[in-house]
Design a binder for this molecule. Structure first.
Ligand code: DGY
Length: 317
């Protein structure tokens, strides 16, 4: 029996490619400039894509009827117009949970880098400017005993909370609803922004992107954070109003920012580059062998399930 054709527009780990090829007749289109159009998709029943490729209503409308499923190699799915896909009967799958530990680790890393000024230290040493131990060199903040506010207490937020508890931090969180005690582990839930912001000596953004959270961290909310706060974002750049955060970094109301994601990335607000009190990473949250292989397998399994007429566990919407 011939295997169903699936177009893959993302560079997958080798093990995942081999796995996908056991199930599908795979057609790769993994140029960084993604350019496949209806002509390429003509006989494909599935598309495996990623968060750098937008599937807006127009692109979804242009897909041929044979396409039954779009699976994204990402937890986030704000780049896909879900109602448009549903209207065409196209299932959408994503890769939740399997990247949570890796992404939480990058969050913890950014908190540590920001609190302990690791980026500045590395730049100083590489520039040949280190003159030996000095009592006032790159004085940072100890995390133990500090309050960490987590905006979005999904799987990534909860793993970050677990890690931060190990550093002796007190966990506060803002979430649509309060978690049960078995997930909360003593974290303090806030039912309003004001008390949450006021409590957050370090704030980590872990909520999904999209219209509902666009520029959530704006000038008004930044003003409600304690002076000297550390701001970390490993979720989506769109959650932050960059101009407001840059102004607060310049005034030192925000002591430090640790950012792994940027609004409009790979473009980003170049004023961040002028700031010593910002540590910047190129969207590396899930970039571990473990997470990427698990993401790939989950994305492939989602396609396979849909093509077998089953409802995949990672179906979106
Ligand atoms: C995700 O999985 O959403 C990552 O941020 C990559 O897009």
């Amino acid at each position: 029996m011939s295997k169903p054709t699936v177009i893959v527009t993302v560079r997958l780990p080798e093990a995942v490619k081999a796995y996908a090829e056991t199930l599908f007749d795979v057609r790769y289109d993994t140029t960084d400039v993604l350019r496949h159009g209806p002509a390429d998709v003509v006989d494909a029943r599935g598309i495996l894509t990623s968060s750098i490729e937008r599937y807006d209503a127009g692109k979804i409308a242009s897909l041929p009827d044979c396409v039954q499923v779009i699976s994204t190699f990402s937890a986030g799915f704000e780049h896909i117009d879900i109602p448009a896909a549903q209207a065409r009967g196209i299932a959408v799958c994503n890769t939740p949970d399997v990247l949570s530990i890796s992404t939480a680790e990058i969050g913890m890393q950014l908190i540590l880098m920001a609190a302990r000024r690791a980026g500045e230290g590395e730049r100083l040493l590489r520039a040949g400017l280190w003159k030996g131990w000095q009592p006032d060199l790159l004085i940072g903040l100890q995390l133990h005993g500090k309050r960490l506010g987590i905006f979005g207490m999904g799987s990534i937020g909860r793993h970050l909370a677990r890690m931060a508890r190990g550093f002796g931090m007190e966990i506060h969180y803002r979430n649509r609803s309060r978690l049960g005690p078995s997930l909360e582990h003593g974290a303090i839930w806030h039912d309003n922004d004001d008390s949450f912001l006021a409590a957050s000596e370090v704030i980590s953004l872990n909520a999904p992107g999209g219209g509902g959270t666009r520029h959530w961290l704006n000038a008004a909310r930044i003003a409600k954070l304690p002076a000297g706060v550390i701001v970390v974002n490993t979720a989506r750049g769109s959650l932050i109003d960059d101009a407001a955060l840059i102004a607060a970094l310049k005034s030192r109301h925000v002591r430090y920012a640790g950012l792994d994601v940027f609004d409009g990335e790979p473009d980003f607000n170049r004023f961040y580059l002028d700031l010593d009190n910002a540590v910047l990473l190129p969207h590396m949250g899930s970039s571990t062998v473990e997470a990427r292989e698990a993401m790939g397998r989950l994305a492939v399994d989602g396609i396979a399930a849909v093509l077998e007429g089953k409802r995949p566990g990672n179906l979106v919407g």
